[in-house]
Design a protein around this ligand. Structure first.
Ligand SMILES: [Zn+2]
Ligand SMILES: [Zn+2]
Length: 302
């Protein structure tokens, strides 16, 4: 490991862009960084998702590496000022690029990166990433899309330092084709990735409304008192309440529309769910969510 350090130090100085990330301690073992619950743009430069550091006494485990090399470097630097510990493991919750483009930063330090085998199928490595096309070139500089070094296909328990870490794979498509969550029983903390959104409208674009509701029912059974979603600030045990209400209400309104024989366009115009209008990203996401859910639910009628 030691011979990697000079290279690492050099790369850090070359990564000029600094994110002003504010670490927030959730409990004695968990510190997270909360991004603006919004789309990626040149104002937030990809600081629009949540990432966390779990202190296992001997080292940190990082849950989601963030949206770029510079993001990962800035979070790492902030954590070293809180408590200087090495990172020995990075876990990627799912395949959407805002959550794992920081992998390259950790990979160059020789840190193991763990993700589901969905990365083999659904991480598109041959087109420019969404981050690359939406944030400033300075903020993206140095980012090299880097797949997990180890991909797993089913649940696993890991013992790292003082912590037992449970990795749970959702059994069906939910927010993405294969979502993985991280549960730390000792800290009663659930890192739910994008299965949990709050403070903004979620994205159903690559998901399945039925699978997502089922996944949330499963997560409820873990008994977590701290729940960190992929987007949004709320982290108490009610962190998934808003999303659950959004998805279940959408499903019942679309099923009703299908029973009445409404077309997809008529349904999109009808299922406005105005009580969610004040949420961020309602204007850009809601209609396409109804469309995606309609396409899933119409199969139930056939
Ligand atoms: Zn996602
Ligand atoms: Zn996300």
């Amino acid at each position: 490991m030691r011979y990697l350090l000079p290279l690492f130090a050099l790369s850090l100085t070359l990564s000029a862009y600094e994110f002003d990330l504010k670490p927030k301690r959730l409990n004695p073992n968990v510190v997270c960084f909360f991004g603006e619950p919004n789309a990626m743009n040149t104002t937030n430069n990809g600081n629009m998702l949540n990432t966390c550091y779990l202190d296992t006494a001997k080292s940190y485990v990082v849950i989601d590496s963030g949206s770029s090399y510079a993001y990962a470097a800035s979070a790492y630097k902030a954590m070293q000022t809180i408590k200087p510990l090495p990172v020995t493991l990075v876990i990627n919750t799912h395949v959407h690029d805002d959550h794992w483009l920081g992998n390259g930063f950790f990979a160059q330090m020789g840190v193991k990166v763990l993700g589901s085998d969905d990365f083999e199928h659904n991480a598109d490595m041959h087109v420019p990433t969404r981050m690359q096309t939406h944030i400033s070139p300075e903020a993206y500089a140095g980012t090299v899309p880097t797949l997990p070094s180890e991909m797993i296909s089913s649940d696993e328990n890991l013992s790292v330092g003082s912590q037992l870490i449970e990795l749970h794979m959702m059994k069906q498509k939910a927010h993405s084709a294969k979502d993985m969550v991280v549960f730390v029983p000792k800290a009663k903390t659930l890192f739910a990735g994008d299965l949990v959104f709050n403070d903004r409208v979620p994205s159903l674009a690559t998901g399945d409304i039925n699978g997502w509701i089922r996944a949330l029912d499963e997560l409820k059974s873990y008994g977590a008192t701290t729940i960190v979603g992929g987007h949004g600030y709320r982290t108490d045990k009610k962190a998934m309440v808003m999303l659950y209400a959004y998805l279940t209400q959408m499903r019942s309104e679309i099923r009703k529309a299908l029973d009445e024989g409404l077309s997809i366009d008529e349904t999109i115009n009808k299922v406005t769910m105005s009580e969610f209008k004040s949420l961020r990203m309602y204007d850009t996401m809601h209609r396409s969510n109804v469309e995606a859910a309609y396409r899933t639910l119409e199969w139930e009628q056939k």
